[in-house]
Design a protein around this ligand. Structure first.
Ligand SMILES: [Zn+2]
Ligand SMILES: [Zn+2]
Length: 344
């Protein structure tokens, strides 16, 4: 079968490999769609020794059950499923409470992270990773497992603060951000302010439910302040899907006293808690800062429910498996609107 594999730092290759066989408790999935994630670029850029090689990339997968392994009774050939990408140890404190995204044994264990992923015609996964998707298109189901789940989890963490009449600022309207806007619109009564550097992204944000859009430039903080009011008032929640210095700075500039900063994007930016001569202003008093990571299986079930009810819809650009490398180049250059999804 064809598979797109990480073969070394920065090296992604389309190659022919044997179709994998499911072991006991595993299921072989005929891949229907796999989303291309920014994290894949971090995996590509990582130094040697962090990720196994060769390894098939892709952790945002949906497909059809092809062959259940021994002992698997809940899944039959032809069943459609989304794959929960995290594979925790199953016995640590995080895993036991259903928070495999907080696993203390294998913090980045998962499909397409520590074992072969979905950029291939087939993938073998533990049966426990499968969630039914009903009649959802597989190109819609795949992005839910990360581009949908990660913002859903962030919204869940901030949910007590997302009261009717408050403001939520969403920074970065890419694959995750455009889902965040829809999840907020579908499950809260907050006023959504979308921020991005691209007019096309802001148009998309408006179309999927943002109440206000703000172009990310030198005046962005002032324009957001015009909407949310002056300190100590401000946005109760800021969801930062970019995470570079400019966006962490914007977040702490517009968040309310007692508000919540959630840094989802892995842009490498720093969040300065105390002001310095170069880096005013400080994070306001009583603010909670969090670094959400992916989400739980229970949350994925809820995201799938939202999609099946038609309340969230991923803006998708599809690429054949042969063009996966080009899709990642476009993603790196910021040229994807919504999510790039690769179809074998
Ligand atoms: Zn991802
Ligand atoms: Zn664990």
């Amino acid at each position: 079968m064809r598979a797109v594999r990480l073969t070394g730092p920065g090296k992604l290759e389309l190659m022919d490999i044997p179709v994998p066989e499911p072991g006991p408790g595993e299921v072989r999935i005929a891949v229907g769609a796999t989303g291309a994630c920014h994290s894949d670029l971090h995996i590509l850029d990582a130094p040697a020794g962090i990720y196994p090689v060769p390894m098939t990339l892709g952790h945002e997968i949906a497909g059809t059950v092809d062959r259940p392994g021994d002992g698997v009774t809940a899944w039959q050939p032809g069943d459609r499923a989304a794959i929960y990408g995290i594979q925790g140890c199953g016995h640590c404190r995080g895993c036991l409470t259903g928070r495999e995204n907080q696993c203390r044994e294998v913090p980045v264990g998962g499909i397409g992270l520590s074992r072969d992923g979905g950029l291939a015609e087939y993938v073998v996964v533990p049966a426990s990773r499968l969630l039914p998707t009903g009649d959802l298109e597989l190109t819609q189901a795949a992005p839910l497992t990360d581009a949908g789940l990660t913002p859903y989890h962030a919204v869940e963490l901030a949910r007590p603060a997302l009261r009717p009449g408050t403001f939520c600022v969403v920074i970065g309207i890419g694959g995750l951000g455009h889902m965040a806007v829809q999840i907020l619109a579908a499950t809260t009564a907050v006023t959504i302010i979308a921020v991005d550097t691209s007019d096309a992204a802001l148009e998309l944000a408006k179309r999927v439910g943002a109440h206000h859009t703000v172009r990310s430039d030198a005046d962005a903080a002032d324009r957001i302040r015009g909407l949310v009011g002056d300190p100590p008032d401000g946005a109760d929640v800021v969801l930062d899907f970019v995470g570079v210095d400019a966006t962490t700075r914007l977040g702490r500039t517009v968040v309310a006293t007692g508000g919540h900063l959630l840094l989802v994007g892995l842009g490498g930016g720093q969040l300065t808690l105390k002001p310095t001569a170069e880096e005013p202003p400080p994070v306001p008093l009583e603010v909670t800062a969090r670094i959400p990571f992916w989400g739980t299986r229970a949350e994925l079930r809820e995201v799938i429910a939202l999609a099946r009810q038609g309340r969230v819809h991923t803006e998708v650009e599809t690429f054949p498996l042969e063009e996966a490398v080009r899709a990642y180049e476009r993603l790196r250059a910021g040229g994807i609107r919504g999510r790039a999804v690769i179809v074998p």
